[in-house]
Design a protein around this ligand. Structure first.
Ligand code: M6R
Length: 608
């Protein structure tokens, strides 16, 4: 979604800000812009489309200045064009604002401002902020920002410049992530640490209701009553090469290939194989809390919701605790049964997804303990949950989630071990699970070493227009995930179904033009899946099967086969997901599509 980067220091800011925007490209955007203080006033360049277009605009009309703000926009109010791109200005052009989030009452505010003589040039909600700040400005920018924000309903992460108070950037946050990057004689503002990691690792995360006054030689954080707040400085442990492609054509492929290491990182120091147990230091739950749980609700969106479905199966089968999975966007608006014996597990790669965050807050309000399974360290969910399990998968840049998914499943397996062993899971059973988990990195590597086989299968389906993914038990969520991966990056319509449900409707679609991917490793429901394969074949469908060994019962029934190593049922999703990620990747790449930034999508969906 939208991205913000700001700089104040001694360097020329234009290139630095544009480079920062490039690091945010992965979040998805449709236009970009930059404003600098040029010594006389605020000067702005904007462009529709890719950041390269903004660079072109800057090189044809260069701008100079050592204080500036920049933005990538993902259109909400008004089409993506140069006029609607941020930064936005007041009537005088002296105030410049970039904004992530949505100003919900922008309609009445705009009408009120127009009545008092303000002229609007864009369709955006953001422009009202610039005019509200103008109306309140009396020589001090932070005072004007506070007054303006008092009138605003909605969500925002903003950074503001004023030519009449030029030695600062004022930033404020409510509902949209924002942080300060701390340098030497220079400071930064950003919506995502990736934008500034090339310059500093020291960051301060703003919380909702906080404002920062950022100057060259320091910063101050306060609430909207301007009471100073003491903030913790965090050190970012990521390396720059983790947010670079490192020789791969796309981030997605790099991230798929990283999975032997990323799941190892998720398990590191947590798996106690001999005792069939897991150590999870960040849960912040007492033994009593854990033993008294009578219900777990897992809430998430998209891919994270798919891993939640796998978690539900693991937890009910092995820890014997009632577990429900809810789309976060639905959970937040219904009237769910939650008690103080409910644990609400919240899964999010980014830790910033608006629906997931709102669902977590709702569960808290209703008395549940909350546990975040989050990848992005320091993200809002990670800061607001009661406890958590960080995924430690490293930054995920490709919009299609891959390594976060497998790490989420691993984190859920660790949680299952913990809860199961506190109940009636035997040490032998726990050890069997732990040993199978330990084997996964090597098994994933053996799949990745055969990526070419998947690439060959992909070649045969580049022109397909529909796909069906079928699986049962633990592999039904994998079918959903395989279909989501394909549709989001290749724009091929794809659906995931429980294999046996096919005969209740989707079977009508089967013909020679409908490729059907079966996730059919040898597990407790394998024999049932074979009958479904037979049903597809009998209707002329083309079958791609993910299997785990030779099966006589499949002889003559499958057109393409890819074997994954054998593991226990609950861990099959980790292995089965890999060829499906590769299949989606190769099909999209062969169609010449922008794999890392598919159309209309954003990496982190921070609006409702
Ligand atoms: O950051 P989150 O895990 O909360 O994101 C949730 C979804 O937006 C995300 O998984 C989305 O579905 C991905 N594009 C899937 O690849």
């Amino acid at each position: 979604m939208c991205g913000i980067v700001g700089y104040i220091g001694e360097k020329q800011a234009a290139t630095l800000l544009v480079d920062g925007l490039k690091r945010l490209e992965y979040r998805g955007y449709d236009s970009a812009g930059v404003s600098l203080m040029n010594g006389k006033g605020v000067e702005t360049r904007k462009a529709k489309g890719k950041i390269a277009m903004l660079e072109k605009a800057i090189s044809s009309q260069p701008i100079h200045g050592k204080v500036g703000i920049a933005h990538t926009r993902w259109a909400t109010h008004g089409p993506p064009n140069e006029c609607n791109a941020h930064p936005h200005h007041d009537c005088t052009g002296k105030i410049s604002v970039v904004h992530n989030g949505i100003i919900e009452n922008y309609g009445p505010l705009r009408a009120m401002l127009k009545k008092t003589g303000h002229t609007f040039v864009s369709d955006t909600d953001t422009e009202v902020l610039a005019h509200l700040i103008e109306a309140a400005f009396d020589g001090n920018l932070e005072d004007a920002v506070v007054d303006a924000l008092a009138l605003v309903e909605g969500t925002y992460g903003i950074a503001v410049l004023s030519a009449d108070d030029p030695e600062k950037i004022v930033a404020a946050r409510k509902g949209s992530p924002l942080l300060i990057g701390i340098g030497e004689g220079e400071n930064y503002v950003a919506s995502d640490v990736a934008a500034i990691l090339a310059h500093t690792r020291q960051v301060v995360y703003l919380d909702d209701g906080e404002m920062a006054i950022v100057k060259r030689d320091g910063y101050q954080v306060c609430d909207l009553d301007q009471q100073t707040i003491k903030k913790r400085v965090n050190r970012i442990e990521w390396d720059l090469d983790q947010i670079e492609k490192g020789g791969f054509d796309h981030f997605m492929l790099k991230e798929i290939m990283e999975q032997p290491h990323t799941i190892e990182n998720t398990m590191r120091g947590r798996l106690v194989t001999e005792e069939g147990f897991s150590k999870l230091g960040g849960l912040n739950l007492t033994m009593d809390d854990l033993q008294n749980l009578d219900q777990i609700i897992i809430t998430a969106c998209g891919t994270s919701w798919h891993s939640a479905l796998i978690g539900e199966l693991m937890i009910e089968e092995h820890a014997r605790i009632r577990c429900e999975v809810e789309y976060a966007s639905e959970f937040r608006y219904r009237n769910p049964i939650v008690t103080d014996r409910t644990l609400c597990v919240v899964i999010s790669q980014s830790g910033e997804t608006a629906d997931t965050l709102a669902a977590m807050r709702e569960a808290k309000r209703r008395g549940a303990k909350t546990l975040g399974l989050v990848n992005q360290v320091g993200s809002t969910i990670a800061r607001e949950d009661d406890g958590g399990i960080y995924l430690h998968a490293g930054p995920e840049i490709g919009v299609a989630s891959t390594k976060a998914f497998t790490s989420q499943v691993i984190a859920l397996a660790l949680l299952t071990l913990k809860l199961g062993r506190l109940r009636n899971m035997s040490v032998v059973q726990g050890r069997e699970i732990a040993q199978a988990m330990e084997a996964l990195p090597g098994q994933i590597q053996s799949i990745l070493d055969r990526a070419k086989e998947i690439e060959k299968i992909a070649e045969a389906f580049v022109d397909a227009t529909n796909f069906l993914y079928l699986g049962r038990g633990y592999n039904f969520p994998v079918a959903l995930e395989g279909a989501l991966k394909l549709k989001e990056i290749s724009y091929i319509h794809a659906e995931g179904y429980p294999a046996a449900e096919m005969k209740h409707g989707p079977i009508a679609l089967i013909d020679a033009d409908m490729p059907v991917v079966f996730i059919a490793p040898h597990d407790s429901v394998f024999d049932k899946v074979v009958s479904n394969v037979q049903e597809v074949k009998a209707r002329g469908g083309r079958v791609i099967a993910i299997t785990s060994r030779h099966e006589d019962s499949l002889d003559g029934k499958i057109d393409y086969e890819f074997r994954i190593p054998q593991t226990i049922d609950m861990l099959n999703p980790v292995l089965a997901a890999i060829p499906l990620q590769l299949l989606a990747y190769y099909i999209a790449a062969k169609r010449g599509l922008n794999v890392d930034q598919p159309r209309n999508l954003a990496k982190s969906v921070t609006v409702e």
